[in-house]
Design a binder for this molecule. Structure first.
Ligand code: MLT
Ligand code: MN
Length: 313
């Protein structure tokens, strides 16, 4: 299975359009070691020809332009795409806005939980994805799904599982507990080739948003596979420290890397071949490869995803 990171940044990207904080300045000025990153998405393929895209970022047009594998091949019909499947892990803007760029009467299959499908259904702009061409299929909260594009199986299986998180920002209800968050608002995925069923070391766990680490999650991902995990913030109060906002990682549904409850400590004893932070916010100091935080993350065995990064499983 081939995996390609299309966008390694969190919502806003890196640099973010309106951000003048030091990290965004540094990448805008092309300072050595700083890599621009588009918004949160990966792609996977079992055969190198048929692809599934996981989360449709607002930058998907640019991401396809940077990824020849996702473009129509020279001998393909006049209108075609290798993207046969799109899977959503939540309804955040950085994960659904790219659907609007996938219009133009092109068949593919869209998979998401009932909560996320209902959000799309209640926003009429998503009707640009004509149901005659784009089939919407519901993902169970816990279950195994053989991904099917318009021409049948693409040879990939996903296992869905619920993770602690938060309802999308634009759906928050201030009067409700946890802002109205409920099951299916955020899921994690185990992605593998059909032929590799039951082989944890051939599995990619894709969890771009996660608010806490539970024991059941640790047991699920243990077994020598690869993990791509929520790397939004290094410190829970990093937005306030940077002076760009007051929201904590926890308030946004994202677990910080650092601290006794953080992902570095919480996942340290899990058996994984590779561990990669993805969905990295433009305030996260690990975006500066010379920073102490980046060194600490690397010393703990983690990689920091960048656009175009490839994994083979
Ligand atoms: C998040 O990951 O917290 C969201 O993408 C934030 C947002 O909707 O801007
Ligand atoms: Mn996000």
């Amino acid at each position: 299975m081939k995996i390609r990171v299309l966008g390694a940044a969190a919502g806003g990207g890196f640099p973010q359009w309106n951000c003048n904080a030091p990290l965004s300045r540094a990448v805008r000025e092309n300072r050595p070691g700083f890599l621009a990153r588009t918004q949160s998405s990966i792609a996977a393929s079992a055969d190198g020809r048929n692809w599934a895209v996981f989360n449709a970022s607002p930058d998907i047009r640019q991401q396809i332009a940077a990824t020849p594998e996702l473009q129509p091949s020279a001998d393909a019909p006049l209108r075609s795409t290798p993207i046969k499947v799109v899977v959503l892990t939540n309804a955040d803007v950085d994960h659904i806005a790219g659907l609007l760029s996938l219009r133009e009467r092109e068949p593919f299959t869209l998979y998401a939980t009932r909560r996320v499908l209902d959000t799309l259904a209640s926003n009429s702009i998503f009707q640009v994805l004509n149901p005659d061409y784009v089939e919407r299929r519901e993902l169970a909260l816990e279950g195994i799904t053989d991904l099917h594009g318009p021409d049948g199986s693409i040879g990939l299986t996903i296992e869905t599982f619920s993770v602690p998180g938060k309802v999308a920002l634009f759906l928050e209800d201030p009067d409700k507990k946890d802002f109205g968050t409920s099951g299916g608002d955020t899921i994690g995925l185990a992605i593998r080739q059909n032929a590799q069923a039951g082989q944890p070391h051939k599995t990619l766990f894709y969890v771009p948003g996660c608010a806490a680490i539970e024991d059941a999650f640790k047991r699920r991902i243990s077994g020598g596979g690869c993990l791509m995990f929520d790397g939004t913030v290094f410190e829970n109060d990093e937005m306030a420290r940077t002076g760009v906002g007051s929201k904590t990682g926890a308030r946004m549904g994202h677990l910080a890397m650092s601290g006794p409850e953080g992902s570095l400590a919480g996942l340290a004893d899990v058996d994984l071949k590779r561990r990669v932070f993805i969905h990295i916010n433009n305030t996260n100091p690990v975006l500066d490869p010379q920073s102490g935080e980046a060194s600490a993350v690397r010393a703990a065995g983690w990689e920091i995803a960048h656009d175009g990064m490839e994994l083979e499983l």
